[in-house]
Design a protein around this ligand. Structure first.
Ligand code: NAI
Ligand code: MG
Length: 484
């Protein structure tokens, strides 16, 4: 299933200057799956130079031709989904039950941007005696850095809009989740002209820093922690290149007492907090539960959390696998210890052993009863840990829901239209889901308020961030000076 050694993709070739490697390990068995070249500044600089050289021809390629290749990527991903899902399941511990949805989402992005670009090519209008044309031009080399939680989706969020718009790309996958991206790279190398897409696996402080610091990178696109997002934003600021950031979240999920199907809402809220093994920036991790239904709802919620099947990510019946690495597992457990000291543990709160997968960090689905000002309610944990907060006064609840440094997503459950509308209106979040969660539709903008980021992905507006406007004025003949 795996090659023994994966190399960076630079200028259409799998090649490196260094012999240094790092291992890709199975998240639940600890087994070495492959080794990956540890890209440094030499690989990154060569990749950026290749992307720079490929840019003039690629940006001059008709959008329809570029779109054709993106549609091929989508088809290839569709044909290879099953294989790539198994690769991710081994590499990052996510379940084979859930991962196919990542691929559907990613496939949708390639197809969406292949179409959207055809409607985005500037506009023109007639001025007296001439034309004013606002022409959209690609920026150049895009440096993209992505995290480990949803690799297929992250690659698509960066590659699809950047390439559709005519940019060339140097992509750095995360050191914990490079394998499915490097498998995809083999196909990208087959179909794209050399240098258009380059992939440089490696570590943040090495390959990542070399990419953000390279003077030939014309735009930075990042998804990951707010802390590293700030470093990327500084790098962009110092060279005056645009930056888009999709960062952390601690999203409120708000339940009104007027819901008419309590079991459906319990299922939805459970999923919102535990999908992706809790490692999602848009997870609904702060549950605002109304006083009037608190006890009934909580009882059902605890039952739902306890019935989540934890196990091998490769077992189709498993609903919760392991978090990505020992480092992430320890981080989650540390938050759980903080929670035990400052809040009331309702269920979970421990590492679970799965026979045959002793190296995995499986965390029991965990519920705390707490207040919005506690550490576990304020900080992004990135594990299956839910903070439940009781509410009864609407204004106070909204104030608390917004009392957080993040603003990525949110959920509202109600059968009352007025409650839905006034809540959606007042939440400081880039995404509000009403009576649903985690539904990212191709074309609907996704991105954060406040410290959750800058810019929007998934939508037509995303193409604005991968292009710049040039104003071209044409006159039929040279007019006298200062004419209006
Ligand atoms: P991270 O932000 O350190 O890693 C994300 C990417 O940034 C990786 O590709 C990494 O190699 C790169 N990177 C790290 N330092 C860099 C630097 N100095 N220059 C350039 N690139 C750099 O996130 P990490 O440490 O994996 O996770 C820590 C926490 O971040 C998680 O517990 C979670 O709270 C949050 N996170 C949020 C994500 C999101 O989707 N918004 C995704 C991953 C993590
Ligand atoms: Mg791994």
């Amino acid at each position: 299933m795996f090659d023994s050694h994966y190399l960076p993709l630079i200028n259409g070739e799998f090649t490196a200057f260094t012999e240094e490697t790092f291992p890709a390990t199975d998240a639940t068995t600890g087994e070495r799956l492959a080794v990956i070249t540890r890209s440094g500044a030499a690989e990154v600089d060569a990749a950026v130079a290749a992307a720079k050289a490929a840019f003039p021809a690629w940006s001059a390629t008709p959008a329809a031709e570029r779109a054709k290749l993106l549609l091929k990527v989508a088809d290839w991903l569709e044909e290879n989904t099953e294989r790539l899902v198994r690769i991710d399941a081994h590499d990052i511990g996510r379940t084979v039950f859930e991962l196919p949805q990542d691929y559907r989402q990613a496939i949708g992005q390639y197809r969406f941007f292949a179409s959207a670009i055809s409607t985005h090519d500037g506009w023109n209008n007639v001025t007296p005696g001439g034309w004013a044309i606002a022409k959209r031009e690609p920026l150049g080399v895009v440096g993209a850095i992505i995290p480990w939680n949803v690799p297929a989706i992250m690659v698509s969020f960066k590659l699809a809009p950047a390439l559709a718009a005519g940019n060339t790309v140097v992509l750095k996958p995360d050191e914990n989740a490079s394998l499915s991206t490097l498998e995809l790279a083999k196909y990208l190398a087959e179909i794209f002209p050399a240098g258009v897409v380059n992939v440089v696996p490696g570590f943040g402080e090495e390959a990542g820093a070399a990419l953000t610091g390279n003077p030939d990178v014309a735009k930075l696109a990042f998804t990951g922690s707010t802390e590293v997002g700030r470093i990327i934003a500084h790098a962009g600021a110092s060279r005056l290149v645009p930056v888009t950031l999709e960062l952390g979240g601690k999203s409120p999920n708000i339940v009104f007492p007027d819901i008419d199907d309590i079991d459906a809402v319990v299922d939805n809220v459970t999923f919102a907090a535990t999908f992706c093994n809790g490692q999602s920036c848009l997870a609904g991790t702060r549950l605002f539960l109304h006083d009037d239904i608190y006890d009934t709802f909580m009882e059902k919620l605890v039952t739902a959390f306890r019935s989540i099947r934890v196990g091998s990510p490769l077992d189709p019946e498993t609903r919760l696998g392991s978090v990505v690495s020992p480092k992430q597992g320890e981080r989650v457990l540390k938050y759980i210890e903080t929670g035990k000291a400052e809040a009331k543990l309702i269920t979970g709160g421990e590492r679970v052993e799965v026979p045959g997968h002793e190296a995995g960090w499986f965390i029991a689905p965990t519920i705390f009863e707490t207040t919005n000002d506690s550490t576990i309610a304020q900080e992004e944990i990135f594990g299956p840990v839910l903070s439940v907060i009781r509410w009864n006064d609407f204004d106070t609840m909204i104030e608390q829901a917004n009392d957080i440094r993040y603003g990525l997503a949110s959920g509202v459950y109600t059968s009352n239209l007025r409650n839905a509308m006034r809540t959606a209106d007042r939440l400081q979040a880039g995404q509000v889901w009403v009576n649903q969660y985690v539904n990212l539709v191709d074309g609907s903008p996704f991105g954060g308020y406040k410290e959750s980021g800058l810019g929007r992905e998934v939508a037509k507006e995303t193409l604005d961030a991968y292009t710049q406007l040039k104003s071209v004025m044409l006159a039929e003949q040279v007019p006298p000076p200062f004419y209006v």
